[in-house]
Design a binder for this molecule. Structure first.
Ligand code: AVJ
Length: 337
């Protein structure tokens, strides 16, 4: 199975092979989230330096009424035949979340929707069955009246299966500045694919971490306790375990930088010495120079202009934005054009 004559590598193995064979070397942050990686990310969200989660939670807590109104707002501001002019008409929604994590932030919105008697279902989509099961158990316990319908699998496959118009508005949420892990062209392609499975009346709700003091950003990706370092190094552990690698974690160190002209935070693992690493499943060795980097992750930050452009290029227009005073973080509600 590990011989080079067998071309059947998993997607993970293929991506590791391609990434470590390229110059500069790179690994994809989409593979961070095995069980240990997901646990480490939940620890990151509690770090004093990691501000995005708290910033988004604050927006939800302070503006939940406006956000939920915008989700359920009828499309036409004018009364339809048979409706009274001043009647507050709400549309029923399917609240669909891509990669819900532990659901702490979403719980704030769900609680408000339930309290105000909105007709809605909650459909978290995640690649991990375990994550979905945990979220379902927690929410069933916390909100006995919630209609929750988790889907496990690839975002687009699941969304494709939900495509048929059931008369309810889909509100698709992609929170936490998860979009920041995509390079610009990939972000546009991602939004474009979402657009294809959406109807005119549906909405997309996206969280964007904004450009800010570079020191604040670097600190968020280089925390004092070293959790972010462990989070990055965990991918080497995953390669060792799943692909039979022999990475020595002590010989790599985490390095985070922020480039203000590109609004991009990037993290790297730096080879502390000249060394060779062998990966059995790839039947190959990779040599590292001393101080050679592996590019691990981009966490893009945004300006208003960038969000405007992204929405348009993805096939959307901005319907409404929710942000805190300092433009620290934005949740942007889009409608298809
Ligand atoms: C989950 C992609 C939003 O980029 O801020 C946190 C992941 N990486 N610390 C981010 C992450 C290092 C996080 N996202």
């Amino acid at each position: 199975m590990h011989s080079s004559s067998s071309p059947e590598l998993t997607q993970f193995a293929e991506d590791v092979l391609r990434g470590l064979s390229s110059t500069p070397k790179q690994l994809s942050s989409r593979y961070f989230y095995d069980d240990e990686g997901s646990r480490l990310f939940m620890e990151i969200m509690k770090l004093p330096e990691y501000y995005p989660t708290r910033a988004e939670l604050k927006i939800f807590t302070e503006q939940k009424a406006d956000i939920c109104d915008a989700f359920t707002e009828r499309r036409h501001p004018c009364p339809q035949p048979g409706e009274e002019a001043d009647k507050d008409v709400r549309v029923p929604i399917d609240l669909i979340e891509l990669g819900a994590g532990d659901g702490t932030k979403t719980a704030v919105l769900i609680e408000h929707l339930l309290a105000t008697g909105v007709d809605f279902t909650y459909q978290p989509i995640d690649i991990s069955q375990e994550a979905n099961d945990a979220l379902e158990a927690r929410f069933k316990d916390k909100f006995p009246d919630l209609r929750i319908d988790p889907h496990t699998g690839d975002y687009f496959k699941v969304l494709g299966s939900l495509k048929s118009d059931n008369g309810r508005r889909k509100v698709i949420m992609f929170l936490g500045s998860n979009i920041g892990n995509f390079l610009r062209d990939n972000a546009v392609a991602f939004f474009g694919s979402l657009r294809e499975v959406m109807n005119e009346n549906d909405r997309l709700f996206v969280g964007f971490d904004m450009q800010k003091d570079p020191r604040t950003i670097v600190a968020a990706y280089d925390d004092k306790q070293g959790v972010t370092s462990a989070f990055n190094l965990n991918l080497l552990t995953r390669i060792n375990r799943e692909l039979g690698g022999d990475f020595d974690l002590d010989k790599f160190s985490h390095y985070a930088q922020y480039r203000p002209m590109e609004c991009a935070a990037r993290s790297f693992l730096i080879s502390r010495e000249k060394q060779t690493v062998t990966i059995a499943a790839l039947n190959r060795s990779f040599s590292f120079d001393q101080w050679e980097p592996i590019f691990m992750e981009i966490s893009q930050k945004y300006t208003h202009a960038m969000i405007d452009e992204l929405s348009g290029d993805g096939g959307f227009e901005i319907s409404r934005e929710f942000y805190n005073d300092e433009d620290f973080y934005i949740d942007s509600l889009w409608r298809p054009i």
